[in-house]
Write a protein that binds this ligand. Structure first.
Ligand code: ATR
Length: 272
């Protein structure tokens, strides 16, 4: 049995062990996947222990360690390099760590495949300029949207990130008061939902037929999803599908087999 885990702090709420257990059952892969809480000041030591003592083959990384793991990993995929954050680690046999980031692919697959939301040629508004936001920018730009605007409470962070990604597409950034015109797809990557808050968005920001996506998921509508419904969004989607899709991509990196995701998404939906 090959062993894997998700590391974070806190971690008790994680659905990842359930998701990977389903993937393993479905594909017949012989793996064990657990959730491990890592002390806030003990990441480096914990990674070493997971590799050398517990003999794990890899880990997923969640809040608040994605940026720290990015800094530690020796080799990274191009998408992880750009994201500035790592959510999937492979412990190589020679002791080195390979870091990847599957969050952006997970979001895009959930939007375009599971929900048939088109991104090519569309106007996309991304709320937030933290690690979660940065991780999905390059994958979103691959779809060649008409434009991508990053809006953030701290405006400078958004304009800085927009500059970093400027070569990859038509991307700009600023404060919420710089949001101009209508958007077809609005994605919430702020932590505001955690506090039950919604970023201050202009009332007329949603184009007709607009889709609103909250990267956060919750058993009940988040404040952002409530806002979207009140503003007549044609479609509202929470982050459950993204969670399963980023996990599927990680499973593929580790095992070379791509699990089927829709049944796992439905199973989690039914449980909540
Ligand atoms: P994550 O890894 O989840 O992105 P982060 O890097 O701490 O976490 O970033 C949190 C993001 O949520 C930031 O964009 C933050 O805005 P600031 O850059 O101005 O701090 C945003 N955020 C957090 N609470 C918010 C709130 N109540 N309203 C609006 N934005 C909020």
């Amino acid at each position: 049995t090959d062993k894997y885990a998700v590391i974070g702090n806190p971690i008790h709420h994680s659905k990842s062990p359930l998701i990977h257990a389903e993937f393993a059952r479905q594909t017949g892969e012989n793996i064990e996947y657990t959730a491990i809480e890592v002390p806030l000041d003990g990441l480096q030591n914990s990674l070493q222990q997971l590799r050398d003592v517990l003999k794990l083959k890899g880990v997923n990384v969640t809040v608040p360690f994605k940026e720290q793991v990015w800094a530690i990993t020796n080799q990274k995929s191009a998408r992880a390099e750009l994201a500035g954050a790592v959510n999937t680690v492979v412990f190589n046999d020679d002791g080195t760590l390979f870091g990847d980031n599957t969050d952006g692919v997970g979001l895009c697959r959930d939007l375009t495949v599971n929900h048939q939301v088109e991104l090519a040629g569309k106007r996309i508004l991304l709320l937030g300029a933290g690690g979660a936001s940065r991780g999905v920018i390059a994958p979103l730009l691959e779809y060649q949207p008409a434009n991508l605007f990053i809006a953030n409470r701290t405006a400078e962070k958004a304009s800085h990130i927009a500059e970093l990604f400027a070569e990859l597409g038509n991307i700009h950034g600023g404060g919420f008061d710089h949001i101009d015109g209508e958007f077809d797809v609005v994605i919430n990557a702020t932590a505001a939902s955690l506090q039950g808050e919604v970023p201050p968005l202009p009332d007329a920001v949603l184009a007709s037929g607009a889709c609103c996506y909250d990267m956060m998921y919750s058993d009940t509508d988040t404040a952002f999803i409530q806002w979207a419904k009140a503003h007549k969004a044609a479609k509202t989607i929470d982050g459950l599908g993204m969670l399963v899709e980023q996990a599927a991509e990680a499973f593929f990196i580790w095992r070379g087999v791509y699990p089927q995701t829709t049944s796992v998404i439905s199973m989690l939906r039914d449980k909540s």
